[in-house]
Design a protein around this ligand. Sequence first.
Ligand code: FE2
Ligand code: FE2
Length: 491
Amino acid sequence: MVKPELRATGLGYLLLALPVAAVILFFFEPLGKGSAGATQWRVLPGVEQVEGIFGLVTGFVLFYAFQRRFWPRSEGETRALRSAVYLVLLEALILRLTHDVGVYFQGEWGFPREEGWLRSPWFFAPALAVVLLGWRYGVLLSLSGVWMFVLLARPGLLSLVAAVLGSMAAVLWLRRSTTRSRVLRAGLWSGALVSSCILLGELLSGSGDPTRCVRLVGIALGVGFGSGILLLAFLPFVEWALGELSDVSLTEYGTDHRLLDELRERAPGTWNHTLNVADLARQAAGAIGARALLCHTAALFHDIGKLHRPEVFAENIDGASPHDEMEPGESARLIIEHVTQGLELARKHRLPRPFRSIIVEHHGCSLVRFFYAKAVKLAAEGEHTTIAEEDFRYPGPPPSSKESGIISLADAVEAATRSMGDSSPGEIREVVRHLIAERVAEGEYASCPLTLAELGQIEASFQAWLAARCHKRPAYPQAEPVSSAQGAGVG
Ligand SMILES: [Fe+2]
Ligand SMILES: [Fe+2]
């Protein structure tokens, strides 16, 4: 087991992964080299292995130093590092298998042994890292794959260039968007880049056998495209195993889910609020480099608990309020309940863990001010004697990730500014500034990895979004009665 303090920095996972990667890459004799037959396996301690292990340790130290220097520290990033370490081990396994298969079948598939690496799915692990963890981890997986390839196969310059291009193609093509079609196209591009290197190699070596060239290019393209298909096929299993959520899945959750259809039909006011929160959160996440699509999709689900009693929430009330007849404590209980009801629904519909966290954290431990103030007023008038403030507070916990913090702020800002009616842009700006400052002062973001600079950027993003919403179009000219002769020409 990894000790908690090592787990917190991600170092423990790297220390566990090192010996596993060393065993995968260096501690067994490749197939086809055994003295008693082609399929014999033997442990091979030797100079090459010591060199390889030294190189591997160097690679892991650089990996860790780079991650510590350029990555923000948070629970989410530590989990992502753990997932990246598992992907590096998968990459080592793929490299070793393709290397050994290349040795075993040398000459049979048109590849001499030193070209066996061409069959390696360079695209697979870096693309998986980009789809699951973001482009920065894609770059790390690309570099680690090339480094392990250098240690394992001691390739020539052209092979090295092909490995770099084949793996970086995944990062470059998938950096902005990771839809299914883009993953397949990226696979093809990866294969095309490796093919170009093969053709260049053939030209430089002067062999120039067209049949061989076509076969090699065909295999490289097939490996690239096939890697894309395999990635999409295995993605749900990898997501489940690592507990991560890819953009492909997020897009599916956001476009087609029964709970969203229900919210749209049964609570149109909440649905409208939800769409605004999702848009606000997505824009703010983009401004600070957080996961914008996760923010958008999770925000769509943040208030699903209101499906339990949609009629008690202000945005769905049209006419007399049911709260007029209720005790303030009872009203607050019904409002607060939407968090626990939301979690229950999320569990029932097996929504992913990040969505569940955002549902329970989006109000943090804040106070239901309206009904608390109403209770205090009634107490002052002598109708109630005791008021327990904790009865008017959400149970929490407060936001624990950047995405959760952004949604929590977007939710509060949307609700507050919507209730202001026809206020001036200046008044709205002031309310947003005050609301964010108040939430921060209350310690709601103490365990959230958002920095003060990022909170400033989020506020600026909200202000820009709300300014666009406040913008008034010039009024259309009043329609004047037209004579039948004038009206006849209107289509
Ligand atoms: Fe809510
Ligand atoms: Fe909300």
